[in-house]
Design a protein around this ligand. Sequence first.
Ligand code: ADP
Length: 313
Amino acid sequence: MIKMSILVYILMTIIAILMIIIVLLSKKLNYISKTLDEVVKGNLNQRIRLQNHIKPIKGLTININKLIERLQKVFEKNKINEDSIKKMISNISHDLRTPLTSMLGYMELILNDSTLNEWEKRQYIKIVYDKGNHLYNLMEEFFQVSKLESKDIILNIKQINISELVRQNVVAFFNEFKKLNMEAQINIPEKDIFAFGDEKAINRILNNLINNALKYGYEGTIIGINLRENSNYVFIDVWDNGAGIPKEEIDYIFDRLYTVEKSRKLNLKSSGLGLTIVKKLVEAQKGTISVKSNPFEKTEFTFTLNKNLVKIW
Ligand code: ADP
């Protein structure tokens, strides 16, 4: 009889302990469910904070928190992308609207102002033509950037004589250097240097960097190009001793549509896409590009090309 009542007592105790565990567990699960409800509602700062010694629950809590953290990061990234798309659309519409408005203004003048003589009409038509050209180039650049971003561009990678390519680009700009009274300091080693890349892309990069040195470095006197190499890379520096790039803006100049405040004011027909395209072309050839600027001493862009065929090609 006594044995029996001891057994019942033990059973009751076990049931009581189990009940307590179940109540505690259901409280914890309730708390987890409420926290997840908050997360679903969009409150991604919520985390499950449980002091728990039961291994599976501890593991579950850690994993749910990791999931919320990842979700939060994806949301933040999406928000940044959304903002940059909004900014880009507003910049593009501004860049397209300004020349379009002015073209329409001139056309209205040509059509409605009967006091204009032939010579004046021709001048206005020329302005409209120039602005139309600028718009066309702008659209081409937008198109290039979006093609490069969607990796919808096929590069023809082969071994190229870079010394020869640099020489050709220098010759093509010779008259411009002369016109702007800029001395060209060209440093190409006697022995030809070769690297792997796409000829058109390298020409585009060089053309853009030299053009920028002329366009923005016009207050200086020298334009320099150096060709160097080590065992793995070819380095091409394009530099000028013009006004340079302000320290606070230098980190942004490769960003889409970024034009230094001063250049925007000067209205140098800039789109802010030139260096974005340059960087993407360099990277598509598995190279890197960097810039250093010491105003009126040296503003230098350096990009690299691979001397060896990179595995990924
Ligand atoms: P854009 O199409 O406006 O010329 P880029 O992307 O080529 O734009 O250049 C971005 C900005 O970088 C320009 O607005 C200009 O202010 C600055 N920049 C580029 N090259 C030079 C340089 N050699 N000297 C000074 N500023 C430069």
